[in-house]
Write a protein that binds this ligand. Structure first.
Ligand SMILES: Nc1ncnc2c1ncn2[C@@H]1O[C@H](COP(=O)(O)OP(=O)(O)OP(=O)(O)O)[C@@H](O)[C@H]1O
Ligand SMILES: [Mg+2]
Length: 302
């Protein structure tokens, strides 16, 4: 780790956000400017190639505490792969991913497990354990990482988490995932992701397959996680309504195979207001749900 990175790590823990960037006078009378806190997550020149298939090229991205970033783009462009690199489930072919200044690929298995305990991951499908009850599903990370917690404390925590996501613990705790609806399963997945008090939440298509009301419930949960629990978020979604409502910043990826060799793969990085004004046709057609030239491109890919 460079000297600078180590320095930033120290100030990250010590400096409250309210005073970062401000000037103070040290005991020696010398004026100092407090360094801005480093991003929670930092991706540097990331490339991911599977065999012959390059999926991600030269992605550089920072996620700061308290911000939620939406990643949009058409099916197969690499959104889930990018999300998985953020938690070390997919290793970069080249490039680096830092969580709180630590390069994930340099961590031992034990340290990586520890780092991952600061993440919450809401999977594309709810990904619950079918043979476990809802209570056992939600308590799973606690039983893995907090062996010191008593059964009673775990039960109380599970009840709190289920209530947080709008489920009645008395009604759902003893059921199995097949006995509750898809929308409820998503919320159980959400409760499980919150169990460890994460610093960052990764959401993969959390609203896909849900009716509009249930989608909005999930949107509110994501906003709640950001605003009440001060959790950073990365939201992969096709749902523009959700992206605009929940995210402070949107990023759009374009399929690598359709890019010229010198074009960036991240074709947009900005706010919701900016994306509606974006003049890049690939962006404006995607967010308005228009196929445009893509029908012709797709037939040429086959
Ligand atoms: N483990 C893997 N091994 C080989 N190829 C993979 C692997 N994971 C993903 N891919 C390939 O990477 C590409 C991007 O996949 P990814 O799942 O990230 O797409 P996506 O943007 O999330 O799509 P969708 O919106 O449909 O979920 C696809 O071509 C996929 O086949
Ligand atoms: Mg995906």
């Amino acid at each position: 780790m460079t000297e600078q990175k180590r320095d930033e790590l120290r100030t990250d823990e010590a400096v409250p956000p309210s005073i970062e960037g401000s000037v103070f006078v040290g005991p020696d009378g010398v004026k100092k400017v407090l360094r801005r806190r480093p991003p929670l997550l930092e991706i540097e020149s990331l490339n991911v190639i599977f065999g012959e298939n390059q999926v991600l090229r030269d992605i550089t991205l920072k996620i700061r505490r308290g911000e939620t970033v939406a990643i949009i783009g058409e099916s197969g462009c690499g959104k889930t792969v990018l999300l998985k690199t953020m938690i070390g489930l997919v290793a970069p072919t080249t490039g680096r991913v830092f969580f709180k200044g630590q390069d994930l690929s340099e961590l031992s298995d034990k340290k990586l497990t520890e780092a991952r305990s600061h993440y919450g991951f809401v999977f594309q499908m709810a990904a619950l354990f079918d043979s476990m009850t809802i209570e056992e599903n939600v308590s799973f990370p606690l039983r893995q990482h907090h062996k010191e917690m008593s059964k009673r404390a775990i039960k109380e925590r599970v009840e709190y988490l289920l209530e947080e996501v709008g489920l009645n613990p008395r009604v759902v705790s003893a059921k199995t995932p097949s006995e509750i609806s898809g929308g409820m399963r998503k919320r159980v997945g959400f409760a499980r992701a919150l169990a460890m008090d994460p610093e960052i939440m990764l959401y993969d298509e959390p609203t896909t397959g849900l009716d509009p009301i249930m989608s909005d419930v999930v949107n509110e949960l994501m906003i709640n996680a950001r605003d009440r629990h001060h959790v950073a978020g990365v939201l992969v979604t096709h749902d523009m309504k959700s992206a605009v409502k929940v995210a402070n910043r949107l990023i759009m990826l374009y399929p690598h195979a359709l890019l010229d060799s010198d074009e960036p793969q991240m074709i947009f990085d900005g706010t919701a207001d900016e994306i509606w004004r974006c003049s890049d046709k690939r962006v404006s057609q995607f967010i308005r749900g228009e196929a445009g030239e893509r029908i012709r491109d797709m037939s040429m890919e086959d």
